[in-house]
Write a protein that binds this ligand. Structure first.
Ligand code: CDP
Length: 238
């Protein structure tokens, strides 16, 4: 099936499986996948490593503002996987820890941080045929995206998925901490002043609480076929 050169915006709450879904769609249809959350995590890691976040969580905004525009955060494709780099250093593993997760939402609520990330994301997407996931992609970064998906799932299922993901990576998270972190981030992300997490009015909503990945792919194909009037039978690779 011929999927046109469109921008697909995927938004939703924490750990709803946005990146898994977006990566799968990117691979299936030959799209560039961009993880906007990784950029916010990258800015957060940089701030933590450079003493800009105090133990009580207070952020030295003046110090961050002075350097943020010079941060060389970018993605590289390593063996088919998109990895975030800070200059020449791969920070893909470091940005996924619970420590970074616990500071990322306050950092990403800062307007000048959002400006920096938005500008980078738009530059990375030049040329189109991009699928990007985040919290404000369909509302702020690409309000004219041709296809918008809003993902949701039951909170317990989301927490369990994130917990399993961390255990698989060799971490030893406490389940209650994961639950707490997801709830806190959902709250801050939905209530911040600049670009809060919202379901775009023109988004297709997917509740994947009881869906397999294959069902998600079939769902996506159906939406694309319906939206773009593609009549031919879809050929899935799996
Ligand atoms: O993977 P997960 O859903 O846990 O989060 P993420 O996509 O890695 O995003 C981490 C955090 O970055 C979110 O909790 C938001 O605070 C922030 N974020 C944002 O504000 N706007 C985006 N477009 C993407 C992420």
């Amino acid at each position: 099936m011929n999927v046109p050169d469109i921008i697909i915006a995927v938004d939703g709450f924490s750990a709803t499986g946005k990146s898994t879904f977006a990566k799968m769609v990117a691979k299936e249809f030959g799209f560039l996948y961009l993880d906007s959350g990784a950029m916010y995590r990258g800015v957060t890691l940089f701030s933590m490593e450079n003493g800009m976040i105090a133990e009580d969580g207070a952020i030295d905004e003046a110090a961050l503002k002075a350097v943020v525009e010079d941060l060389d955060l970018h993605f590289r494709n390593i063996d088919g996987k998109t990895c975030l780099y800070l200059g020449e250093r791969c920070i893909e593993t470091e940005i996924r820890t619970l420590a970074v997760s616990s500071h990322v939402s306050p950092v990403s609520a800062i307007p000048f941080v959002r400006n920096y990330v938005d500008r980078k994301l738009r530059a990375f997407s030049e040329g189109g045929r991009v699928i990007m996931d985040g919290r404000d992609i369909g509302t702020t970064v690409f309000p004219n995206a041709e296809l918008k998906v809003f993902m949701t799932a039951d909170p317990e299922v989301r927490a369990l998925r994130r917990y399993d993901e961390m255990v698989e990576k060799g971490e030893t998270p406490v389940f209650e901490d994961v639950v707490k972190n997801l709830a806190e981030r959902d709250y801050i992300d939905s209530h911040r002043e600049t670009s809060p997490l919202r379901q775009p009015e023109d988004a297709f909503v997917m509740d994947n609480t009881h869906m397999t990945l294959h069902e998600e792919l079939v769902w996506c194909l159906g939406v694309i076929q319906g939206k773009f009037g593609i009549l031919e039978a879809p050929a899935l690779s799996w």
